[in-house]
Design a protein around this ligand. Structure first.
Ligand SMILES: [Zn+2]
Length: 338
């Protein structure tokens, strides 16, 4: 790989050590391969291979989602959830200097685990990770698009009734060819009525129309991926002018974009003045981490360390964290000169 945009080894170290705010990462996509193998064995989940190097192999979006669903099926007990949450967060804090993360989880992918048990397991892992590394975390239970609108509405009701110490909003993810965003209008209305923030994956592979639906019909105040915005100049300008934050992911673009660097969607959203930040999305499945993604966008797309430091501040501005805690995280960014 070529060197980062503004230098060699020193710039590389700065990118890795830069304190990071991450708004786009999925709990189930952070499970260490060895942990997945252990959990699958313990719970009798059949696997095509027991080789940790190949257990996450996928070739396209469909096989990626098959791996993702198999992974979710191996996470069965509250202690499984505690363990994967803890490992996900300490890996981010120690490997990539993440100081604040908002993390998606798909409750409907864990049908045998009641929502309150799932949340209790995550909460234990979050507290243990904070004790050991200082990482601050919030959660975004996420609608899985391949599941029904009724399941999504039920999930949101459980979230609204449940403990809200860590839970700040609702998201939506999964296969963009499944369940159009408009079909989840009820779930999103329930979430907003319950005082939850709302975001959604949209425009990852498809165009701007889904992004428009998520903004106008679902009431989203952030968008995850959002690359389809580049197909609609008017909507792109609106997102820029309203300061709507878009969470991008290098990993996703490595399998959804094949063009040259100067028309790469992350580069173009950055150049258009949209407030964006980088998330690792599913780092364990991609065999990467957020620091590696920073290096990739620097080396491949020419974003500088200063650009990326500014993105961390933009992400924190858009974070769903109370003002006092936000100020404490901002101090950690500024202490490190990030
Ligand atoms: Zn995602």
């Amino acid at each position: 790989m070529t060197a980062p945009a503004d230098g060699g080894a020193d710039a590389d170290v700065r990118l890795r050590r830069m304190p990071k705010v991450e708004l786009h990462c999925h709990l189930e996509g952070c499970v260490r391969p060895g942990t997945f193998l252990e959990l699958a064995r313990a719970h009798g989940v059949p696997l095509p291979t027991t080789d940790p190097e190949r257990v996450y192999a996928y070739t396209d979006m469909a096989s990626f989602l098959a791996v993702f669903e198999r992974l979710a099926a191996a996470v069965v007990t509250r202690d499984d959830v505690r363990r994967i949450s803890y490992e996900a967060l300490v890996d981010a804090a120690r490997g990539s200097a993440v100081v604040y993360r908002e993390m998606f989880v798909n409750p409907t992918l864990h049908p045998t685990l009641p929502y309150d048990e799932l949340l209790a397991g995550i909460t234990e892992g979050v507290h243990e990770a904070r004790r050991d590394t200082g990482i601050v975390t919030r959660l975004i239970p996420s609608v899985y698009r391949a599941h029904s609108p009724a399941a999504a509405a039920d999930m949101v009701r459980a979230v609204a009734r449940g403990d809200r110490d860590l839970v700040v909003g609702i998201g939506m993810d999964g296969d963009e060819t499944a369940g159009p965003p408009a079909s989840f209008t009820e779930a999103y209305a329930l979430a907003r009525d319950a005082g939850l923030q709302v975001t959604a994956h949209a425009g990852e592979r498809f165009g701007a129309e889904e992004v428009r639906t998520c903004l106008d019909l679902l009431g989203c105040t952030r968008i995850d991926h959002g690359y389809g915005l580049l197909q609609d100049a008017e909507l792109l300008a609106r997102v820029r002018d309203t300061g709507t934050h878009v969470t991008c992911a290098w990993l996703s673009t490595t399998y959804n974009y094949r063009g040259p660097a100067d028309t790469h969607p992350i580069r173009l959203l950055h150049d258009a003045g949209v407030r964006i930040s980088l998330g690792s999305d599913d780092p364990a499945l991609g065999g990467t981490d957020l620091a590696g993604d920073y290096r990739a966008v620097s080396a491949r797309l020419g974003l500088t360390a200063d650009d990326l430091a500014r993105q961390n501040h933009a992400a924190l501005d858009a974070a769903w964290l109370p003002a006092e805690e936000k100020a404490a995280v901002r101090a950690r960014l500024e202490d490190a000169g990030g």
